[in-house]
Design a binder for this molecule. Structure first.
Ligand code: ZN
Length: 297
């Protein structure tokens, strides 16, 4: 009995390796088409934080999906960026939900770019551009993996569902509600997300806990009207009151990067005592202190 199981596992592995070799071969011979589609997506600015090019990019993802054999459509959200949803049916019983996002981070500062962030320039076998890696490369990889199965085997070994959102870079604001109201549509046996990275040795990184950013704005008003800077020695400066108050700010770095602007808003980056207790993993908390009642001091 044990020998029979061993033999059957060995046979499955041989079959699996044969299948992978065939898919790799297919991917290599279709590399140009795959890169063309990736460049097409990279050339679409889709900056969720600035509402730039979102609809157009969602349409491009949808088009690439359809051209690749995925049954897909765009789901418009009432107050959010559209989601591209797709499916590929299989005679297999299991279902895999594939998650990714088509939106990208803003591109400023422009001077730091060697190539235009939306050019999709290819040099040294690399596609350059905002989102080429995070996460349009992954979006294309998932779609083309499905196409590779369809073209070589007529179907993937499991049912595939694609959930490609456009708000990941702004905290996936509407995704929890979308998932809650579309449980049946998104039902799957497992889900995969490739929105991660490789470490320098080339191994995939697995994140065991994700952290984020916390911004807050504090306001402190002392005088009820603008005052001449000559009064600074006797009138409390609200910005410095906030910065110096030890119960609010506790500097932990020898030279905290305080950026002082002559405008009405002073920004500083310091961990706040109370908040560092709440968020022990946070290394920085950004504080914007508004000193609108201050003039010239
Ligand atoms: Zn990402």
């Amino acid at each position: 009995m044990r020998l029979a199981i061993m033999q059957s596992v060995k046979f499955m592995l041989i079959q699996f390796n044969f299948m992978l070799d065939k898919l790799r071969e297919y991917t290599t011979s279709n590399q140009d088409d795959i890169i063309t589609d990736l460049r097409k997506l990279v050339k679409h600015p889709s900056i969720s934080a600035q509402s730039v090019g979102i609809e157009e990019c969602a349409a491009a993802v949808n088009e690439i999906m359809r051209d690749s054999g995925v049954t897909s459509h765009i789901i418009k959200l009432k107050n959010g960026n559209p989601i591209v949803y797709g499916e590929v049916k299989s005679s297999g019983k299991k279902t895999l939900l594939l998650y990714s996002h088509y939106d990208v981070q803003p591109v400023e500062p422009m001077d730091d770019w060697r190539y235009n962030p939306f050019s999709g320039v290819v040099t040294d076998n690399k596609v350059h551009g905002r989102g080429a890696a995070d996460s349009k490369g992954n979006v294309i990889a998932l779609i083309k993996a499905a196409k590779a199965f369809l073209d070589n085997y007529g179907e993937p070994p499991v049912n595939l569902k694609f959930l490609i959102e456009g708000e990941e870079e702004i905290s996936s604001i509407n995704l929890p509600e979308f998932v809650k109201t579309n449980k049946q549509m998104l039902k799957a046996d497992a889900s995969l997300c490739f929105d991660s990275s490789l470490n320098p040795t080339g191994s995939a990184s697995i994140y065991m806990g994700l952290k984020g950013l916390l911004y807050l704005e504090m306001r402190c008003k002392t005088a009820s009207t603008d005052m001449h800077s000559a009064l600074a020695p006797i009138v409390a400066n609200p910005a410095w009151r906030l910065l110096r108050d030890p119960s609010v700010c506790t500097p932990v770095m020898k030279t905290p990067p305080i950026s002082y602007s002559p405008g009405p808003v002073i920004s500083c980056e310091r961990p706040l005592t109370a908040l560092t207790k709440l968020c022990p993993g946070a290394s920085w908390l950004t504080v914007t202190i508004s000193a609108r009642s201050l003039s010239g001091s």
